[in-house]
Design a protein around this ligand. Sequence first.
Ligand code: NAD
Ligand code: UDP
Length: 321
Amino acid sequence: MVEVPRRVLVTGGAGFLGSHLCDRLVAQNCEVLCVDNFFTGRRKNVQHLLDLPNFELLRHDVTFSLYVEVDEIYNLACPASPVHYQEDPVQTTKTSVHGAINMLGLAKRVRAKILQASTSEVYGDPTEHPQTEDYHGNVNPIGPRACYDEGKRCAETLFFDYHKQHQLRIKVMRIFNTYGPRMHPNDGRVVSNFIVQALQGETITIYGEGNQTRSFCYVDDLIDGMLGMMSSGDDVIGPINIGNPNEFTIRELAEKVIELTGSSSKLVYKPLPQDDPVRRQPDITRAREQLGWSPVIQLEEGLRHTIAYFDDLLRQSGHQI
Ligand code: NAD
Ligand code: UDP
């Protein structure tokens, strides 16, 4: 019997994570529809897929309705870097909330399975450590991060209510800081900032004293977790934390980047942004038990791949290194 390919919609598919997800789905012979408004994503991220018969790119903003026929939806559309999501906070909330309503409505109409790329930011500046999925978070609803945090929290509410009210097959994953090739060099997130600064011999900007922590997951591990969650049984709906539990201070990250790039860059300390979470580390027991997933690429190896990517990019674009 000939197997019919799965028709898969990836919103935010031209972004950092979305483009890696599209690569993997195309390789699995899915019919991939990548939807993006190019706010932070770039056509270049999926350029290599454009001529393939099972890949299609559509410019579309998820805050507007979309009528397509698909079997699975990965809802990734939303800027993820604080610099970008704070640029137009109203649009950020609309993207999360109206985007979720539109994609859930689509899933309901075509009876598609739908996965939400939620975030560790639903825990805000956590008072529990490490964060389990049962922790309800500590979010400032009117602070500079609220447009993203509350938008993502509301999107989770919508996912669970569509599940309860309309029996939709949902999957909610809470992604912790993920890095890797195809992050935008001006993305503003810490890993890309530090690597680009180190490669260009510029000062490395540490916000605050650099004692705040994050746990960094390499993109390949993250995409494994995402695909694993989508293919899990219908009883696995989440939320499930996906991230690497190895926790580092931001200063340790800066020192590691300097060591691996062999850079002579010096550290410079800048004011800590408001509501910047002090500690963040996922408890991934649920991912291990329900998905059989845990990350395999540790920070040093992941940073080496990411540094090689930015090194090439900067050389091609003629930047000084
Ligand atoms: P990204 O900014 O590279 O990708 C987001 C993509 O969404 C971009 O291509 C952007 O153009 C697109 N987009 C934004 N608004 C849109 C809209 N209204 N309509 C259509 N497309 C729109 O970020 P990323 O790191 O790839 O993040 C992808 C998803 O994963 C996001 O939903 C983000 O919240 C979530 N996430 C990422 C991380 C991480 O560390 N990378 C952590 C937690 C959650
Ligand atoms: N950060 C930093 N220097 C930078 C960019 C970020 O010290 O150039 C810090 C930031 O204040 C935060 C951490 O690095 O404490 C992670 O920031 P990022 O924007 O990558 O993601 P967040 O986890 O805060 O959403």
